[in-house]
Ligand binder design. Structure first.
Ligand code: 9MR
Length: 735
């Protein structure tokens, strides 16, 4: 059985060497403010998903709750369910369930006993925006290139970092820490986090997740490929006819390829574990002002297998866009895999944490499996197949302990083998998907017991980067929904959002720029506004590492002693063990955001109708909902396809109690369809979004009345029905 790996506690020496704390505003030893007692997703509940809030109260009997809209009108009310003491927060909690209320809007407030929540939306708009923002994080983190204001605005623009312009001392010709007889040009890539280190193992996971966002859309029926097309991100490659998420991932992969030891040198084909500063730099330090020498750490088996896996994955994805790059990536991947097999025990030590993180890993069996899976999916070669099927990780075994992270990568190989058609027996693919679903069931069992549901480590400890764990486990729930179509998994994935967006004991949105109480003082050497007001705060869509019950930095030690796991967090720049950002956490968030944006669907369907048998549904009193405001509508859609064109026919019914004097219908295509002509309405299309306004003769629609309209359009590949139908801004039911 594969053995479980956990990040180990940071050595005391690192607590001291991360340094620069002297320049950080001094810290009073006060516990963070948990905010009001009514804790909600302060950004937005996605329509058609369960909507719950956690209420802190020692009352042993249910409390009345009311939901008011932005105008202050009560739209729903009900009673809480008493849940008692919650282990992860120490709070006595109730749950208010207002799932039955599903009308799109903003500015809703939930009140219990005179206490009101932060305002929130019922809308999928925020998760749609987050898809872009969470991916933009990677452009911000690029090394070796100027970050241009036309993509990020002036506040976040900066000169290229680490291109050997003084005072920088790298990264064009970086020597090995222990002499190796060569230097490497390792420009580019992404800075890992708040530091300026570049670490192949963490880069590997983040690159894989971005590439998997693209690859999933190739294989999951009805996936939103248009939302990932070229031109969807503000990056320099936005008009090169390649999906932007692949371009962004390539920025890191090109760096990882540069970390491979050249032919003719000792350890040729192996990959250096990392490159970073000789000593930790102060906070703040702009990338272009870092004056530390840069050094290559020794090669490691884990880094070598990370390159093998991600370059093999890239090779199959780039084949139709850039065959030369695809061939180069595959050659490097095969060379790396062979080198790792010849050197299976080059293990990165935990002690190597001066000037950069250690990213230690003493078990690389999972990395071997992952790399073999990617190479097999790309080449179909018998040798890789034998390594996959002969591995103790085969068929989802690593999910029997926990999900995945930078040091536990078997699940990445499983995900590829569960998504990408290969020559493996169908029964084995089924078993792999079942292992993923079984882990998702365990996550649902875990969260059903929690006052603030968060699919976490499951062992009662919150580790460094716990928000990354929540997001990654959200990805597993999302995949389980992709594979099975079972609503319980969809609901579970959206619930992970609720936690990250503020339904947690600290009322904290862990995503910068989202919600009333977002993180802003993340541990970052450029987004260091708390230390220097001339510098920016974290850009929207950056995910903080999150609660860490192991208290591994001086600020956390000073402020959070005795904290319950979900409360071990403070939004302070010095608290690097809870409030750093990192590429592997944002890649997990971006993956989940992409899925959530896509799966938000029409945005107005009834809530999850099928509670899971494995989750004990909380015995809530059904809420008493007042009738929704007038404006309901229903749409039927049919299409007639020919080779690359089709006609779409729509009937739109006014199912509200009030007449429409005029109407504007909006919907969205998900597969690049383009309308050429429409009738019985004025059609316009901008990207994927279609807007239709009434003609002069069919604007007025009485309650119960309908209008019929249609269009001709082109498509390539598949032609899924449009989504997100709404009339006059109110979501429609699709019949
Ligand atoms: O995410 C890493 C976490 O799992 C480890 O426990 C921790 C201590 O080794 O390091 C984290 O990674 C940091 C890295 O070492 C240096 N760059 C910042 C990373 C995020 O905090």
């Amino acid at each position: 059985m594969p053995h479980r790996k956990r990040p180990v506690a940071l050595a005391a020496a690192t607590l001291l060497t991360l340094g620069a704390l002297a320049v950080v505003p001094s810290i009073a030893a006060a516990a963070p403010d948990p905010g009001g007692p009514v804790k909600v997703n302060q950004v937005g509940y996605v329509p058609g998903t369960p909507k719950q809030a956690t209420v802190v109260s020692t009352s042993t009997s249910p409390l009345a709750w009311t939901l008011r809209n932005a105008a202050g009108t009560t739209v729903a009310s009900g009673q809480t369910t008493v849940r008692g003491t919650d282990a992860l927060s120490g709070d006595s909690v109730h749950v208010a369930d207002f799932s039955a209320y599903d009308t799109l809007g903003s500015g809703y407030v939930l009140s219990v006993g005179g206490n009101s929540s932060h305002p929130f939306d019922i809308s999928a708009d925020a998760v749609r925006k987050l898809r872009t923002d969470a991916l933009a994080f990677f452009y911000h983190q690029r090394s070796g290139t100027p970050i241009e204001s036309r993509y990020v605005g002036t506040r976040y623009s900066r000169p290229a970092g680490h291109v050997n312009v003084a005072p920088n001392q790298g990264d064009n010709a970086v020597p090995c820490r222990t002499s190796c007889g060569y230097t490497l040009d390792v420009r580019g890539g992404w800075y890992d986090a708040g530091d300026h280190g570049k670490y192949v193992v963490n880069g590997g996971l983040a690159t894989w997740q971005l590439q998997n966002i693209h690859e999933r859309a190739l294989h999951v029926a009805g996936a939103d490929r248009a939302g990932l097309a070229d031109g969807t991100l503000a990056i320099p490659e936005q008009a090169n006819r390649v999906p932007d998420v692949l371009d962004e991932a390539r920025w890191e992969l090109e760096f990882m390829l540069r970390m491979q030891v050249p032919d003719g040198r000792t350890n040729a084909g192996m990959v250096h574990h990392k490159i970073h500063d000789q000593n930790w730099t102060a906070l703040p330090t702009r990338p272009e002002l870092d004056n530390q020498p840069r050094l290559l750490a020794p090669v490691s088996t884990a880094a070598t297998l990370n390159l093998a896996a991600t370059a093999a994955q890239a090779s199959r994805l780039w084949k139709s866009y850039d065959a030369t790059f695809a061939a180069r990536a595959l050659a490097a991947a095969e060379k790396a895999y062979a080198a790792a097999k010849a050197n299976p025990n080059r293990l990165a030590p935990a002690s190597d944490n001066t000037g950069g993180g250690a990213y230690e890993d003493n078990n690389v069996g999972d990395e071997f499996y992952w790399a073999a899976a990617e190479l097999y999916a790309t080449t179909g070669a018998a040798g890789y197949r034998a390594d996959v099927t002969g591995s103790s990780y085969y068929k989802g075994a690593s999910f029997t302990t926990h999900g995945y992270d930078w040091n536990w990568t078997g699940g990445l190989g499983d995900t590829t083998l569960a998504l990408v058609p290969t020559g493996l027996p169908a029964a084995d693919v089924t078993a792999t998907r079942a292992a993923i679903a079984a882990f998702a069931d365990r996550l649902l069992t875990q969260t059903a017991r929690q006052g603030y549901p968060a699919p976490g480590s499951g062992d009662g400890t919150y580790y460094w980067g716990s928000n990354g764990t929540v997001a990654n486990n959200g990805n597993v729930l999302a995949l389980a929904f992709d594979f099975t179509g079972q609503q319980k998994y969809r609901s579970g994935a959206y619930a992970a959002y609720d936690y990250l967006f503020g339904r947690n004991p600290l009322n904290q949105s862990y995503v910068a720029g989202y919600g009333e109480k977002p993180v802003r003082n993340v541990h970052h050497r450029f987004w260091a506004n708390q230390a220097d007001s001339a510098l920016p705060t974290a850009p929207p869509g950056s995910l903080a590492g999150g609660p860490n019950s192991q208290l591994q930095d001086p600020v956390a030690v000073a402020q959070l002693a005795g904290c319950k796991p979900q409360k071990c967090f403070v939004d302070d720049i010095g608290a690097y063990s809870v409030n750093e950002v990192a590429i592997n956490w944002n890649s997990a968030l971006a993956w989940l955001a992409n899925w959530a944006a896509e799966r938000a669907g029409t945005g107005g369907t009834p809530p999850d109708p099928t509670p899971s048998p494995t989750v004990s549904p909380s015995p809530t009193t059904p809420p008493t909902t007042t009738p929704p405001p007038s404006g309901g509508c229903a749409v039927t859609y049919t299409s007639y396809n020919w080779s690359n064109g089709f006609s779409g026919n729509l009937t739109v019914t006014n199912s509200s109690a009030a007449a429409w004097p005029s109407w504007t219908l909006t919907f969205r295509f998900t597969a690049g369809q383009q309308i050429s002509q429409g009738w019985s309405g004025k059609f316009s299309q901008s990207g994927t979004e279609v807007t239709v306004t009434n003609e002069s003769w069919n604007g007025a629609v009485a309650p119960g009345g309908s209008v019929s309209l249609g269009f001709n359009a082109s498509y390539t590949g598949t032609n899924p029905a449009p989504v997100g139908f709404a009339v006059n801004g109110t979501a429609c039911t699709l019949r």
